[in-house]
Each structure stands twice: as structure tokens, then as C-alpha cells.
Design a protein around this ligand. Structure first.
Ligand code: NAD
Length: 482
């Protein structure tokens, strides 16, 4: 039921940066799993390209090791067949070595996609060389990774660099959150059911919470993270995308530009954030585990590893319904969820002793992808009308049975969408710029004020002040729990 596989047309996919961490952990295992599922044809070609000198056989060993480590239990009998479609070209992105060889390896009359699995400073040079060496045809697709810039100016510059060689319809900006099953289910739930949409507005929704909590710190990525912080690393892209999908108007159809037009309208309707509506934090050391400042190697770091924000959307649907966003590292549990908290009933026929009960629709991205709806019922048994809230749980693993394990992960789905030429789940250039245009003044606000992030304990829910952000509005964050 879930794993209906529609094979894609033959393609050449070049992973530039094919020896990097992302290629090893995500891209190659994702391709392998799709191959095992029967979606990748035998005459497809996957070519790694990077600076390290290696031949095809060497790269196949490298890929085999990456699969051992990261492909999990997934797999198929014939791993050798998968490895046989893998090749490698040693190539310098900033020079001319290797490009002619790469061009010579590509097949004719088939989809050609180039995955830029390198830092953004290399996007422009790669696009230029693809053009110079005759690989930027009208049907070529390019995939670029986050971070797409670090502010509006740099994002615009990247868009301009790419636009010199490729049309917008050829550029696939990845936000892997959009590839998650539940995120797409969010659209199915909203626009495939009559039940929710009439209630999906400020008349019925009290507020919405979006939490992306991690238990890990920034170990190993300290240098990058010190320059980015949670606002740039998580809010500008992942949380913003979730916010758009939850708040957008129904698109006229499920097509890339119709969906992305609606998302863009949400970003453009966001109010500027007042300084009192932002709480930033930094995790402290915990026993032997270093704190944030040690991880980033800066004893005076003012970068945040946690951020909570109260966001307002100025449009008819959402005026008066705030959206609270929060994300951070070294928190109590690893969890990502969206909670749509509905208003109280206008009048309780059960009297004050029945307590306060609210419907909450929870969309869980991880762990246990699924959706649950908290409904109020009578507590069973004699002794009067006592009310309790119980979940109508739609954990996919339960609802879909054994098929649920075959749900492809985000990278699998997104890479296959590139091959199929479907941009719906990728960010458009104007969307990314609009997100930065909203983000930049928030960052400038705290930089001008010179405020430092507030320390918080590992295993907590972030600084106490983030709880106060809700309390002062008479609301509470949902518990962070695995
Ligand atoms: P990495 O440093 O591990 O790998 C970089 C790759 O680029 C290597 O294969 C390297 O050989 C190649 N490379 C660098 N300079 C080159 C040059 N001049 N010529 C040819 N090849 C060159 O980086 P990564 O972690 O794989 O990340 C790649 C991109 O993906 C980055 O933009 C990163 O921000 C983004 N990203 C990574 C992750 C992740 O989990 N690693 C997650 C999201 C986004």
C-alpha cells in the first residue's frame, strides 16, 4: 500500500562532493535504498566527483563502506549490481582538472542531475564550469544544499550566480524537512479532509507551537555553528518551512508553483519580531561533556544553540493567533512536532469542576512519525461527569502496519523527485530570499542590543525565560518528550 514503486527514467546523477559526510551518510544510502526498492533502473549512473584522487573501484569500496555504516538494515541481495552503476571522477571544483572527463562519462538523452554536496561558496564556480564544459543544457537539474546563504545579501548573490547558468525550474534547493512523510501528510490532512480546514484559523485555533529539539550538541560542527547559530541553521529554513505549510492558504492545485506561491505569501505576511519575543540560549557543560562555548572554541561566544520566538502572521486567517517556534541542542529529548492548540469551548456545560480541556492536533515528525488528535471524553466509570483528554493516535507504524517501514526517508524521496522533475518539495529562490528578509532584522535586533544568550542545562527544555515567553500569554509549551 505504502511502497508502490514507480521506476524513474534512466538518469545520470553526479554527486559533487561525493566523498563528503553528507554523501556518505545520506545521499548514497538513499540511492541504494531506492535501488533496492526497484525505483532506480539498472542503466542509471551515479558518479561521485571530488578532489580526492580515486578510481571507480576505489569509490565503489568507499560507497560499500558507507552503506555498511549508514544504510541500516535496508538492503537487497544484489549490492554488487548497485555498485556496478557507481563511478568516480577526480575533479577540482575550482580548477579545470576532471571536468572534460566528467562530461565524457555522461549518457545522451537522459536526465542529468548534479548534486552540489559542497559548501555554498562553491555553488557559483560549479555552475560556471558545468556551463563551460557543456553540461548545463536546458534539461539539466542541479541540487543545492543548505545553508543557502547566511543573510539576504549572500542568498541573493547565490541566486544570481546560479541564475547565470540555470533557470529557476532547473534549481532544486533542498530542505530535507520537506521530504519527511509527515510533512507531506500535513498537506494531505489539511487539504484532503473536510474536517480540519474550516477550523484552521484564528477563530478556532488559540495558538500553534513548533518544536524541533535535539539532544546532541554542536560537537564536530563548532566552527560552522559559531557563525550560524540556531536562527540561521534551523529557523530560517526548517522551522520556516513547517510554519509555511501549516499556515498557508489552500493552493489551487498540488503543483510546485501553486504550493510555493502560497508559502511565499505566508513568509511575506510575517510581522517583524519584537526583541521581547525572542529568547536565545546556550547549553552549559554537563559533567565531562563540554558546553557550547567549548564546542565552538570561543569563551565569549554570543551565538545561540537555542532559540524561542513568538511569531505573528498578519493576514485574515491568522491575525490574533500567535505561532511559537523553538529549537535547540542538548535538550531533554530528540523530538520534532507541531501542535495546533484549539480554543476552549465557548461555554462549559459541565461547570468549572470539569476543568479546562482543549483539542490539540499534534503532528510528530520524529520520533514515531504520526499524527494525534487530543479529544475530550468522559472519564469511564461512575461518579459524575469527569472529563479526560485522550489521544486519537495515528502513528503511521501502527496505522499502516508492516508497510510503514518501507516509507522512504526524506533524502530518498527528494532525490527521486529531482529525477522526476518535481519541484514541489524544494524551495524556490524568492522563498529563500523572503525568509532571509524576515530573519535578518531579527538577528540585527539582538546584535544591536548586544544581548547574550542565556545559559541552560543539558537535558532541560532550554532557558527558563523561554517558558516565560508563553506564560506571560497564559499559555504553556508542550512537554519535550521522546
Ligand atoms: P564535507 O566537508 O564532509 O564534504 C565536502 C566534499 O566536497 C568532499 O567530498 C570534498 O572532497 C569536496 N570538495 C571540497 N572542495 C572541493 C574542491 N575544490 N573540488 C572538488 N571537491 C571539493 O561536507 P559535507 O558535510 O558533506 O557537506 C556538504 C554540504 O552539505 C555543505 O554545504 C553542508 O553545509 C551541507 N549539509 C551537510 C549536512 C551533513 O549532514 N553533513 C547536512 C545538511 C547540509
Amino acid at each position: 500500500m505504502v511502497s508502490r514503486v514507480i521506476p524513474v527514467d534512466p538518469f545520470d546523477l553526479v554527486v559533487i562532493g561525493g566523498t563528503g559526510d553528507l554523501a556518505r551518510r545520506k545521499i548514497l544510502p538513499a540511492l541504494y535504498r531506492r535501488f533496492c526498492a526497484g525505483q532506480v533502473p539498472d542503466d542509471a549512473q551515479i558518479i561521485g566527483a571530488a578532489r580526492t584522487a580515486m578510481d571507480d573501484a576505489g569509490y565503489r569500496d568507499f560507497v560499500g563502506a558507507a552503506l555498511d555504516e549508514f544504510a541500516g538494515a535496508a538492503g537487497c541481495e544484489d549490492r554488487a549490481r548497485f555498485l556496478s552503476i557507481i563511478g568516480y571522477v577526480t575533479l577540482d571544483v575550482l580548477g579545470d582538472a576532471g571536468w572534460t572527463e566528467l562530461a565524457g562519462r555522461l549518457g545522451q538523452d537522459r536526465v542529468q542531475a548534479f548534486y552540489f554536496s559542497v559548501g555554498p561558496s562553491l555553488f557559483g564556480p560549479i555552475a560556471e564550469r558545468l556551463q563551460t564544459y557543456g553540461m548545463a543544457g536546458p534539461d539539466t537539474r542541479i541540487v543545492v544544499e543548505k545553508p543557502f546563504g547566511r543573510d539576504l545579501t549572500s542568498a541573493r548573490a547565490l541566486n544570481t550566480d546560479l541564475a547565470r547558468h540555470f533557470d529557476e525550474g532547473q534549481i532544486y534547493r533542498i530542505d530535507h524537512y520537506l521530504g519527511k512523510e509527515t510533512v507531506q501528510n500535513l498537506m494531505a490532512i489539511r487539504f484532503g479532509n473536510m474536517l480540519f480546514e474550516p477550523l484552521w484559523n484564528s477563530q478556532y485555533v488559540d495558538h500553534i507551537q513548533i518544536t524541533v529539539a535535539e539532544t546532541v550538541g554542536v560537537e564536530g560542527r563548532g566552527e560552522y555553528y559559531e557563525r550560524a547559530g540556531a536562527m540561521r541553521d534551523m529557523v530560517q529554513n526548517h522551522l520556516m518551512q513547517l510554519l509555511c505549510l501549516i499556515a498557508m492558504e489552500p493552493p489551487s492545485k498540488f503543483d510546485p508553483d501553486a504550493v510555493r506561491d502560497e508559502k511565499l505569501k505566508v513568509i511575506r505576511a510575517l510581522d517583524p519580531i519584537a526583541p521581547e519575543d525572542v529568547v536565545r540560549g546556550q547549553y552549559l557543560a554537563d559533567g565531562d561533556r563540554p558546553g557550547f562555548r567549548e564546542h565552538v572554541g570561543n569563551a565569549e561566544s554570543t551565538t545561540e544553540s537555542f532559540i524561542a520566538l513568538k511569531v505573528r502572521i498578519s493576514n485574515w486567517r491568522w491575525a490574533g493567533t500567535p505561532i511559537y517556534l523553538r529549537t535547540g541542542k542538548r535538550l531533554r529529548a530528540r523530538t520534532s512536532e507541531i501542535d495546533v492548540v484549539f480554543k476552549d469551548t465557548p461555554h462549559s456545560i459541565f461547570g468549572p469542576e470539569a476543568g479546562r480541556h482543549r483539542n490539540i492536533l499534534t503532528i510528530r515528525l520524529q520520533p514515531n512519525e504520526g499524527i494525534d488528535l487530543g479529544v475530550t471524553i468522559k472519564e469511564p466509570g461512575p461518579g459524575g461527569m469527569r472529563l479526560v483528554d485522550v489521544p486519537l493516535d495515528m502513528t503511521f507504524a501502527q496505522a499502516l502496519g508492516p508497510d510503514a517501514k518501507d516509507v522512504p526517508d526524506a533524502y530518498e524521496r527528494l532525490i527521486m523527485d529531482v529525477v522526476r522533475g518535481n519541484q514541489t518539495l524544494f524551495m524556490r529562490g524568492d522563498e529563500v530570499e523572503a525568509a532571509w528578509a524576515w530573519t535578518d532584522p531579527v538577528i540585527a535586533g539582538w546584535e544591536e542590543a548586544g544581548t547574550a544568550p542565556i545559559p541552560y542545562d543539558t537535558g532541560s527544555a532550554g532557558p527558563e525565560e523561554s517558558l516565560a515567553l508563553m506564560h506571560r500569554d497564559g499559555r504553556r509549551w508542550r512537554e519535550i518528550r521522546a
